[in-house]
Design a binder for this molecule. Structure first.
Ligand code: TXA
Ligand code: MG
Length: 330
């Protein structure tokens, strides 16, 4: 293709899906929407295609990738064992924003797992992703479709801006409905541990499996590659609970900073110099627009964003987790 610096972005259509499946079969890279964030996909069974993902992202090769499949039945082919708890979680949450880390089957190349004995598996709940996976038939290894160290993309435009011509094709399926990455649960026999929190919470997983679930949502990075910088805009992220938000903004404004504000409800008495982003409304909406807003902060020229996290329940836990990581990265 001609080196224009921009990838082909195709609106979803039968033709676009056929072309995307063809690119995957040929060992190329296709960015596609999921309900969480856009993924940068390659044929999971083709090690040289998978290697291209790491090159395109600028990501260290030992960071394992999630294999996306069309159904739980297909997922079983990629796992060496699929315990009762995995079956229950698949029934309850697939298709959906849950990744299960299970012992890998022989089908999984080392390139996908960085040599680990386990593999992350997910059946996404997004019509374009599902249609593409069904048409392709195999497993699609896909990290979030951003350059290493940037926030995850939730629109096709984010992908194009980040990856440019490093990706062969971007299928545009509109903005992502969930907006934060999937929950990752590691299943080791009867031992379950949440490695990354998302729309599915540790409590949800415990309720479905009847097993205790170790939750390490904001602890040290257990899933390799879960570094704070992955969730940070260029601007410094400062957390403030609602009652002290206006005062926190005023303090950073007085120090001469360009300060943006991110909150479900904008605080009253904001200094006139603040750059208030539109209020997000609910925790669900906060998750949906989080990464777009973090990009907006940078685009607005702010060097500080004061973020008021949502309450620590449901998907609010995932938003708090990402904001906390972002706030620690400066
Ligand atoms: O929502 C999502 O999960 C999105 C969409 C595209 O599906 N994908 C995504 O991929 O966020 P990525 O690569 O940006 O993050 C995947 C995380 C990484 O932190 C990786 O270390 C972890 O999953 N992971 C993958 N396989 C693993 C394994 N076998 N053991 C432990 N962690 C694993
Ligand atoms: Mg990522």
């Amino acid at each position: 293709s001609v080196a224009t610096g921009r990838p082909s972005v195709l609106a979803v259509s039968e033709e676009a899906l056929e072309r995307a499946a063809r690119v995957l079969r040929g060992g190329g890279l296709v960015a596609f929407p999921t309900e969480t964030v856009y993924g940068l996909g390659a044929d999971a069974a083709n090690p040289s295609a998978v290697a291209r993902i790491f090159a395109a992202k600028g990501r260290p090769a030992d960071h394992p990738l999630i294999v996306h499949v069309a159904s739980a039945a297909t997922a079983r082919d990629w796992a060496a064992s699929f315990p009762e708890s995995a079956r229950a979680l698949a029934d309850a949450f697939w298709p959906g924003p849950l990744t299960m880390v299970l012992p890998r089957s022989e089908r999984v190349p080392d390139a996908v797992t960085g040599g680990r004995p386990t593999v992350g598996l997910r059946v996404p709940d997004q019509p374009v992703a599902r249609a593409l996976l069904e048409r392709f038939g195999g497993g699609v290894a896909a990290p979030s479709a951003n350059r290493f160290g940037r926030v995850s993309p939730t629109t096709a435009a984010h992908v194009a801006a980040d990856l440019g011509e490093r990706v062969d094709l971007v299928v545009d399926g509109g903005p992502c409905a969930v907006g934060v990455e999937s929950t990752i649960v590691e299943i080791d026999g009867d031992r379950l541990a949440v490695l990354r929190t998302g729309a599915v919470t540790a409590d949800d997983i415990a309720a479905v499996t009847g097993l205790p679930v170790a939750a390490t949502p904001t602890g040290p990075a257990r899933a390799p590659g879960m570094l704070a910088a992955h969730y940070a805009p260029r601007a410094r992220v400062v957390l403030a609970e609602a009652p002290e938000a206006a005062e926190t903004v005023a303090r950073w404004v007085e120090k001469g900073h360009q300060v943006a504000v991110l909150a479900e409800v904008l605080p009253a008495d904001l200094p006139g110099e603040a750059l208030p982003l539109a209020a997000v409304g609910s925790a669900r909406d906060y998750a949906r627009v989080l990464y777009q807003r973090l990009r907006d902060v940078d685009a607005a020229g702010a060097d500080v964003v004061v973020a008021v996290p949502p309450a620590p329940v449901g998907i609010g836990l995932a938003v708090r987790d990402r904001l906390l990581r972002a706030s620690r990265s400066h």
